[in-house]
Design a protein around this ligand. Structure first.
Ligand SMILES: [Zn+2]
Length: 239
């Protein structure tokens, strides 16, 4: 199991860790601040600095069987097995991803509270982010309504907090039931809960900013009709 440093502190930009395994172009560390691809978010990028000054780029991070695979720009020498490395995140990219992710949760709460619908999919990348949901129409006035409400949430400076809850407790929480906490595999006993104060609360493994104020400006880009009751909204955030 790789210890997931980013789940406790999403603001960690650099960290020290030990290489526990090298598999061709990928390394597994005992702990990492690199968040893997998954849950609608793209992978972090950055650099691994070896103990002799050598460095390689992290080109993709994936999670499999409790281990985090850091795919590097080329195969690292096997002599590095068991040695310490420094991981350095592409922070600009990651921070934008955190802001986009907190916006996505805010939108999901608006959709539920205002229109009684839920998000059915979404994909966050610093270059292009989108959210899909079941709603009859997404005309200009509705997009504007979403935009205005998101802006209110941003201006409200709502705190975003992370806590860890036992599965049995989580299954009693109405907010968590609404966001389908019961679909999380049963072998997961402790759930990570992300709470945007008075806005949204759900079990979530991804990285977020610590207050909605950090989102900056929310910018809806375009909408797409994906069929009856299926609408897509592209969006971004600006400083
Ligand atoms: Zn999320």
């Amino acid at each position: 199991m790789t210890e997931l440093l980013f789940q406790k502190d999403s603001y960690l930009k650099e960290f020290e860790a030990k290489i526990v395994e090298i598999i061709e172009d990928s390394i597994i560390l005992d702990k990492t601040a690199f968040a893997p691809k998954g849950g609608g978010l793209t992978s972090d990028l950055g650099t691994i600095l070896f103990n002799d000054g050598e460095q390689l780029d992290v080109v993709e991070v994936t999670s499999k069987g409790g281990k985090i695979y850091h795919k590097l720009s080329s195969n690292p020498d096997s002599k590095y097995s068991g040695t310490s490395v420094k991981g350095i995140l592409d922070w600009e990219r990651r921070y934008k991803q955190m802001r986009l992710h907190t916006v996505l949760h805010s939108i999901s709460s608006i959709l539920y509270k205002k229109y009684g619908t839920t998000v059915t999919g979404g994909n966050i990348t610093p270059e292009k982010s989108r959210v899909d949901f079941d709603i009859d129409h997404l005309r200009q006035e509705r997009v504007q309504e979403i935009e205005t409400t998101v802006k209110k949430i941003i201006d409200g400076d709502h705190k975003v907090s992370v806590s860890f809850l036992e599965r049995e407790e989580a299954l009693k929480d109405p907010d968590l039931i609404r966001t389908k906490v019961n679909l999380i595999p049963e072998n997961v006993k402790i759930l990570r809960i992300v709470d945007i104060e008075n806005i949204d609360r759900q079990a979530d493994g991804g990285v977020h900013v610590k207050s909605t104020k950090e989102i900056g400006s929310f910018v809806p880009l375009k909408t797409e009709n994906r069929g009856k009751d299926k609408k897509r909204l592209y969006f971004t955030v600006k400083p």
